[in-house]
Design a protein around this ligand. Structure first.
Ligand code: ADP
Length: 543
């Protein structure tokens, strides 16, 4: 017997309808191309969202057609999110930092009909245009002036496209399982794989992320998502923020600029920010060098890569900002875990608190987790055992776009294998110890490269650290520390190696340190260990 409740589908257009009535005058502030600030309200935004939805319909698109965006975090990109998805098309966000050949692959694989591009990316698209000839046209996200110098075919500016359109739009009553977003994983091995989001998953994920024990977003917040709209839906922030009606601040092309981020936080009274560790490194450096304190920021949610202990302490000790570590991936919309305190934890000492914050957080309702060993045996949540992390839930992908199960990422009993290795403590706090392919196998045991990296970063002379396994006759593999020195700091190899004593298991201490100028990163800011392994393939371990 079915219950007798209304069957309203969960659609992102319902966020527009709700927020438009309830939060008309809430502000959205964006840094734009010339560095100036654009400021308008939710009410203004939704008028333009409807105009864009009308304009897209006139381009002859059909339900499910892909419209790509390649743009920074700003108000036009936010409008595109809602207009494309809400009107029944699929918003394919493209990361401009990927290699051109990867971008070509993704556009062709997705069969994008139209591409919306930030004026700054015109040269990039012009270069690859001959290889993406099935694209019907380009919308440059600017005014009429933004297209005067391009030789792209069938190009129109965003402002002229929407100018004469109606501010009214009848949102289609879609199936809540209809696709509305598409994001490709960067594919460090093989071709990028497309994750196809639907309305239902996106709304459920948004409900989960605003909850008090997750991002704790409310109408009283002012949120600065530095995490890009061009990768994994900016962690669901466009949806979460607008469900509650938070003020939104976007850094535009200035997302890696410490001074801009600092000024935005202070002047717009930002209370919560989202981003990857590298971004916060830049902000904290700017604050330290200029003797400035973050006065309005209360908490920052950091994920995408492990947060070093020194960063947690810097935020807390110097700025009174609480770091909430989070973990997830493109395949998970992306959130899986967020660090938040359980009852009684307010009493923790500072060191105990930091030890908790270093972990990636606990599972949210909606994501089931388990860790398994090489034989798929389920491991206990004892904070000691570590194994492959598998997840399940309504916002976890069930397959990749057009791959029909061939990626082999799911287990026979329907769990998604994240490719991460983790341990989980009895309280449910999960800690990533490695990627499956980066784990170091030494003397039949696993060594966590992430834990060694985190410890290394705590040394003042080390700005960035990467640990890889190098072949060892006796132990199979031994950890090698590859480090970038901090500016104006010196330390000998021996000093650095003895710094590990008492901090990690003795047999985990690397046998050697090599200093390099720069550690290679992927387009999503992660350390590119494949490149390092190649670079150090001839390295001889001193047994
Ligand atoms: P990509 O496209 O580069 O794969 P994702 O954002 O999907 O981008 O990357 C997800 C992966 O990033 C995770 O599987 C995990 O390895 C890593 N990751 C994400 N958050 C964290 C975190 N807080 N700590 C450690 N690793 C993390």
């Amino acid at each position: 017997m079915h219950g007798l409740m209304m069957d309203n589908p969960l659609l992102i257009s319902s966020i527009v309808e709700h927020a438009d009535i309830n939060f008309q005058d809430r502000e959205i502030v964006s840094v734009v191309g010339d560095g100036s600030l654009h400021r308008y309200t939710y009410g203004d935004c939704f008028k333009r969202v409807r105009k864009l939805a009308n304009a897209l319909a006139k381009l002859g698109l059909s339900e499910g057609d892909r419209v790509a965006t390649m743009a920074w975090n700003d108000y036009r990109h936010l409008e595109a999110y809602y207009a494309i998805g809400g009107a029944g098309y699929v918003c394919h966000t493209i990361n401009p930092r990927l290699f051109p050949e990867q971008i070509v692959f993704m556009i062709n694989h997705a069969e994008d009909k139209w591409i919306m591009i930030d004026p700054l990316f015109i040269p990039l698209i012009e270069k690859i245009a001959p290889q993406i000839s099935d694209v019907e046209g380009y919308i440059v996200m600017g005014d009429e002036d933004s297209i005067v110098n391009t030789n792209l075919d069938n190009v129109i500016s965003y402002e002229s496209l929407i100018k004469d359109e109606s501010e009214q739009f009848e949102w289609p009553l879609l199936d809540e399982r209809a696709a509305m977003g598409l994001c490709y994983t960067s594919g460090t091995t093989g071709d990028p794989k497309g994750v196809l989001y639907n309305h239902r998953a996106t709304i459920l994920h948004a409900y989960a992320l605003i909850a008090p024990d997750a991002m704790n977003l409310s109408n009283r917040d002012c949120i600065l998502p530095v995490v890009p709209l061009f990768h994994v839906n900016s962690w669901g922030s466009p949806y979460g923020a607008m469900i509650v009606g938070a003020k939104i601040v976007y850094p535009g092309p200035k997302m890696a600029d410490g001074e801009t981020l600092y000024n935005l936080m202070e002047e717009e009274k930002v209370s919560v920010s989202l981003g990857v560790p590298t971004v916060w490194l830049v902000l904290l450096q700017y604050a330290a060098e200029n003797n400035k304190k973050l006065n309005s920021l209360q908490r920052t949610i950091i994920g995408g890569a492990a947060v070093p202990e020194s960063m947690i302490r810097d935020f807390q000790d110097n700025h009174d900002v609480f770091v909430q570590h989070a973990w997830g991936m493109t395949e998970m919309s992306p959130l899986g875990t967020v660090m938040s305190l359980k009852h009684g934890m307010d009493q923790l000492s500072q060191d105990e608190m930091v030890n908790l914050q270093i972990k990636q957080g606990r599972g949210m309702f909606g994501v089931e987790m388990r860790i398994v060993d090489d034989n798929q045996k389920i491991l206990p949540w004892d904070g000691e055992a570590f194994g492959a992390l598998q997840v399940k839930g309504p916002w976890v992908c069930s397959d990749y776009f057009k791959l029909k199960g061939s990626a082999g990422a799911h287990t026979e009993d329907g769990w998604f294998d994240t490719g991460d290795v983790a341990k989980i403590d009895p309280q449910g706090y999960m800690q990533i110890t490695d990627r499956t392919k980066d784990v170091i196998k030494s003397g039949g045991e696993w060594i966590s490269s992430i834990e060694i990296e985190n410890t290394a970063i705590g040394h003042p002379a080390i700005a960035e650290a990467a640990v890889i396994g190098v072949a060892s006759e006796k132990w199979t593999e031994r950890p090698l520390l590859i480090a970038v020195k901090s500016k104006d700091q010196e330390a000998s190899k021996d000093e650095i190696l003895s710094f590990f004593k008492g901090k990690i298991a003795k047999w985990w201490i690397p046998d050697d340190v090599v200093f390099i100028e720069e550690i290679p990163h992927t387009a999503t800011g992660k350390i590119k260990k494949t490149a390092l392994r190649e670079q150090f393939s001839d390295y001889q371990s001193s047994e």
